[in-house]
Design a protein around this ligand. Structure first.
Ligand code: NDP
Length: 499
């Protein structure tokens, strides 16, 4: 395959691109941070109190956009995890499982309201600690997290009607391990249904993004939840491993990489613990020639550049009908020139910082492999800030199925583009992956949407849109994207046992 790559050259193939650079510039519009207090040090939240780790160990959490240290965070060892699980078990046996659903629902509802009241604080924290643009944390992460608490609050006193003809009871202590791409939202996906169903929780946020989970713990304290109902233990992979393998944990909910998910599944085999795994993805976003192309291009951009591509359901493989390939590529190349990369706290920013140095290295390594394999790389001509972790919005054309960029999860702002000629070929290529989390279909014909989406082995299929989330709608995967569903009634079911 011809290799005509240039790493950071703009790509205006054909036509004249109006050049507004240097003519009109956006005035910086930074979100205020004065209302947000980041403590210099955070403890573990166990039994309703913040306590230091028994070992006294801490680790630094940084701002990926500047590499500045934000705070020191306690590192939970096995003894701390044990204390947290025991606190959760006591709270479960003595208070939470006995409390009428109506009362439990009030607490969950209170958390939702308080999250809304402190929305700006949470948005700034999420953006500073994770690197995502403030307009995303402000307009998506925080409102959706609150919506999850509202939605599940409504279920707390209706469990007897949730599964007609059957009663259900809670499972006990839930051990919940979450990743760094949507720290607050993933905490809400885990904690809200668990509490509404009458379980208690021990939550382990990702090492790089502990701050919003710790501030959620503060809300739990302010909302006066009974001590031990929600516990937060911070640390690295070893803390997560100690939590999921603790014998008193009855239910494990994990979101993260397929590799760690498999390790957890192996560790839990034969223990009788309930498990849901929400793992990686390599979703196909399929664009037919009859699709509204400009809207599809917006959907492609949203599918892969939203949250710097750190999205398990990202539309990271674009399958485009051959006859419109050149048109779509031209429009996409033009569109990514207009994406603004930079200070995540600036309200004009579209693409923020990569979450960590390790993730940046992983993206670079995979992109280098794509170039070496002969795919053609196009990148937005952005100026990358000197400090921090950054990667420009990018896409590959001339991609063969055998290349790593076509099959491995890059988890960054990098799209692999392939073509197809018939709906059957589109479906075959879309399903030719070890993953099965999500997919997108763009076409003018409703019948084609149903015809194609029924054949896609993906947990979620979006039609003429992408990355739409709603707390009432179940989300989860097939194959190596995991099993179990979060959200909606299915998400509630994962925390209940029929009796
Ligand atoms: P991991 O799967 O390692 O991390 C997810 C969570 O699991 C984190 O809280 C992590 O802690 C914890 N963890 C790590 N090891 C164990 C273990 N043995 N037992 C229990 N918990 C554990 O993902 P990474 O952060 O390493 O990301 C690697 C890749 O995974 C990414 O490049 C991406 O491809 C994919 N990924 C997919 C996600 C998704 O939503 N599907 C989310 C995140 C990553 P700690 O953070 O401290 O390591």
């Amino acid at each position: 395959m011809a290799k005509e790559t240039s790493r950071s050259r703009a790509h205006p193939p054909g036509g004249v691109t109006p050049d507004f650079e240097g003519v009109w510039e956006y005035v910086p519009a930074p979100e205020s941070t004065s209302h947000v207090r980041i403590e210099p040090r955070y403890g573990l939240f166990i039994g309703g109190r913040f306590v230091p780790a028994k070992s006294g160990k801490t680790f630094d959490t940084i701002e990926p956009a500047t590499e500045q240290k934000l705070a020191e965070v306690a590192e939970a060892g096995e003894a701390d995890v044990d204390a947290a699980v025991r606190a959760a078990e006591r709270a479960y046996e003595k208070v939470w499982r006995r409390m009428p659903g109506k009362e439990r629902g009030k607490y969950v509802y209170r958390l939702a309201r308080m999250l809304q009241e402190k929305a700006r604080e949470f948005a700034v924290l999420e953006t500073r600690n994770g690197g995502k643009p403030i307009k995303e944390s402000r307009d998506l992460d925080v409102p959706l997290a609150a919506a999850h608490f509202f939605y599940y609050a409504g279920w707390a006193d209706k469990l007897d009607y949730a599964f007609p003809g059957r009663k259900a009871r809670p499972l006990g202590v839930a051990g919940q391990v979450i990743p760094w791409n949507f720290p607050l939202l993933m905490a809400a996906w885990k904690v809200a249904p668990a509490l509404a169903a009458g379980n208690t929780c021990v939550l382990k946020p990702a090492e790089t993004t502990p701050l919003t989970a710790l501030h959620l713990a503060k809300l739990v304290e302010e909302a006066d939840l009974p001590p031990g109902v929600v516990n937060v233990v911070t640390g690295a992979g070893a803390t997560g491993a100690a939590l999921v393998s603790h014998p008193k944990v009855r239910k494990v909910a994990f979101t993260g990489s397929t590799e760690v998910g498999k390790r957890i599944q192996r560790a839990l085999a034969g223990t009788g613990k309930r498990l849901t795994l929400e793992l990686g993805g390599k979703a196909a976003n399929i664009v037919f020639a009859d699709a509204p192309i400009d809207q599809a291009v917006e959907g492609i951009v949203n599918g892969i550049y939203f949250n710097q591509g750190h999205v398990c359901c990202a539309g990271s493989r674009l399958l485009v009908e051959e006859s419109v390939h050149d048109l779509v590529v031209r429009k996409l190349a033009h569109r990514i020139r207009t994406l603004r990369l930079g200070d995540p706290l600036d309200k004009n920013t579209d693409v923020g910082a990569i979450n960590s140095k390790a993730q940046l290295e992983k993206i670079r390594e995979l992109v280098d492999s794509g170039v070496a394999d002969g795919a053609v790389l196009t990148q937005a001509p952005c100026r990358l800030p000197v400090k921090g972790f950054w990667f420009p919005p990018s896409f590959f054309t001339n991609v063969a199925q055998s290349m790593r960029i076509a099959s491995e999860e890059i988890f960054g702002p990098v799209l692999a583009i392939q073509t197809f000629r018939t709906p059957e070929e589109a479906v075959e290529k879309a399903n030719n992956t070890m993953y099965g989390l999500s997919a997108g279909v763009w076409t003018d014909k409703g019948s084609k949407i149903f015809h194609v989406s029924r054949k896609l082995r993906a947990g979620v299929v979006w039609a003429n849109t992408y990355n739409k989330f709603d707390p009432t709608s179940p989300f989860g995967g097939y194959k190596e994207s995991g099993f179990g569903r979060e959200g909606g009634l299915h998400g509630l079911q994962a925390y209940l046992e029929p009796v």
